[in-house]
Design a protein around this ligand. Sequence first.
Ligand code: SAM
Length: 241
Amino acid sequence: MTYRLVIEPTQKQQEWVNLTEQQLHYLRRVLRLKNGAHFIVMDGQGNVWNAILHENSAQLLDIITTSTELSIKLTLMVALPKGNGFEDIVRSCTELGVNTFIPVISERTLLNPSPQKVERWRKIAIEAAEQSEREIIPQIFEPINFPTALTKIKEIETNKYICVTRREEVNHLFIHLQKPLLNSLVVATGPEGGWTNLEVQTAIKAGFEPVSLGRRILRAVTAPVYIASLVSAVGETHSMS
Ligand code: SAM
């Protein structure tokens, strides 16, 4: 498999990329590439090129147009689970095509993440995007309180769903995914202890529709992976717009 290198857009000057010391070390010492070797460069914003290695730089050849991205932009608003659970969510859901992660602190969230955690999540997203041959690196927001996240997203025109357990009357998310949708989707999942009634009511007032993920109760780490799998399966087998 051809190696994929993620660059900062500022490293690119027309058809040249100024490689950092760390990138040169990886290309030359770890991968043992020599001048003239071919690899793939991506800027994490949807642009992907075939490239060739020169002394301290890479020359961009042709642009690669095959798309590995989902036709619908999926944002997961995830109440942070305990321990390192969010790392697993970022890794698996990046592979499945998620566009944006909004980690939220809800009433029953037990984790208080450090700034280093956010850096680690972003590094995991880069690795998973490279591995799964994505063209974009998913965006990961700084963690925010759930009510603040709801206020920020209220005005955005997108389909919004909140996953709620033990509610016989609500439809499965899959039913909604088969209707015509806007080209973006936000889905919120709760922590181990679930959402409070007040949180669900506030989300509904902010335009979220309650949905089910089936009859079994999924772990806080499993629910986002299930959602991303459903959206990618539906998106890649039907037109979702
Ligand atoms: N005791 C909690 C409850 O009953 O809500 C369990 C929470 S569950 C471990 C974590 C989150 O995953 C839930 O808040 C919900 O957002 C989502 N979830 C898990 N299973 C679900 C299901 N079958 N339907 C809808 N949402 C589900």
